[in-house]
Design a protein around this ligand. Structure first.
Ligand SMILES: C[S@@+](CC[C@H](N)C(=O)[O-])C[C@H]1O[C@@H](n2cnc3c(N)ncnc32)[C@H](O)[C@@H]1O
Length: 254
């Protein structure tokens, strides 16, 4: 029997965010791998085994799943949001490239999911209506100097910027440093969106400005969108504001 490995995006929150393709792929798998809290989101099915692992064990998790698939199982690896955005799909590819040549013959499919950035943007309005980029603030896998250079270049180039992994216990100061870097290029009035736990029961949304962004609490369940000079806030009575970036830009910014 030939095995296969599907890397499946669960979206940012509960079942509502699963695509039909993800539902089907989860249903037909014999074995599920993933970070424990993500696996807990998948309803149990008789005959399907589960292999939860810790957050920081991506490489070992990917290798175990690949070995299992090589034995003939249909393995599903679950990932929060989209599996290709700072997540397990790249980890699986890294292990295939470094692993035994036979792993390259395995049937591998990546099933996309709604990434946190898109769910957060939808909650706020349309902040990604013009050019944008996404950066991870985590320096676990790349040097902080590289992150600083990219933050600086992105703000200078006028992108709306989505920040993943903004803060952790081990990285308490990087976010305020990022806001300080942005302030060199952008006015304090630029809108900043903090979207926490989007799609989950405890979700929250805070819209503030770059000048006061440092006062808003963020953690590893927060996705931050920093607007550009063009990003606007439409105030509405009795309703949350609409934050959007117009699609057109008529002149080259100074
Ligand atoms: C390792 S990255 C994984 C991203 C994921 N693959 C995705 O596509 O959303 C984890 C970061 O994604 C963001 N994130 C993931 N789920 C989120 C959610 N439900 N609400 C807000 N941010 C979320 C946070 O910035 C978090 O620190």
């Amino acid at each position: 029997m030939s095995g296969r490995l599907s890397v499946i995006g669960l979206g940012p929150g509960d079942q509502r965010y699963l695509t039909q393709e993800a539902v089907n792929a989860l249903h037909i798998a014999d074995v599920l791998y993933g970070y424990g809290p993500y696996l807990d989101r998948v309803p149990a099915r008789d005959g399907q085994s589960r292999h939860p692992s810790d957050n920081r064990e991506e490489g070992e998790r990917a290798r175990s799943a690949l070995r299992h698939a090589m034995e003939g199982a249909h393995v599903a690896m679950v990932s929060g949001g989209d599996p290709g955005v700072f997540a397990m799909a790249a980890s699986v590819c890294e292990e295939i490239e470094a692993g035994p040549p036979a792993w390259r013959n395995l049937d591998v499919s990546i099933v996309p999911g709604i990434t946190a950035m898109l769910a957060a943007a939808a909650r706020a309005g349309a902040p990604l209506g013009h050019d944008f980029c996404a950066l991870s603030l985590s320096d676990n896998l790349k040097p902080w100097e590289t992150i600083e250079r990219r933050l600086d270049a992105a703000a200078d180039a006028g992108f709306v910027i989505a920040l993943y992994n903004p803060v952790s216990k081990a990285r308490p100061w990087q976010l305020s440093h990022a806001f300080a870097l942005f302030s060199r290029h952008l006015p304090g009035t630029v809108p900043v969106i903090f979207s926490r736990a989007v799609g989950r029961p405890d979700e929250s949304l805070t819209v503030t400005t770059l000048a006061t962004a440092g006062e808003v609490a963020a953690d590893m369940a927060t996705l931050i969108i920093v607007g550009s000079r063009e990003t606007r806030v439409i105030a509405r009575q009795g309703k949350s504001p609409l934050v959007y970036t117009p699609r057109a830009m008529s002149k080259v910014p100074a």
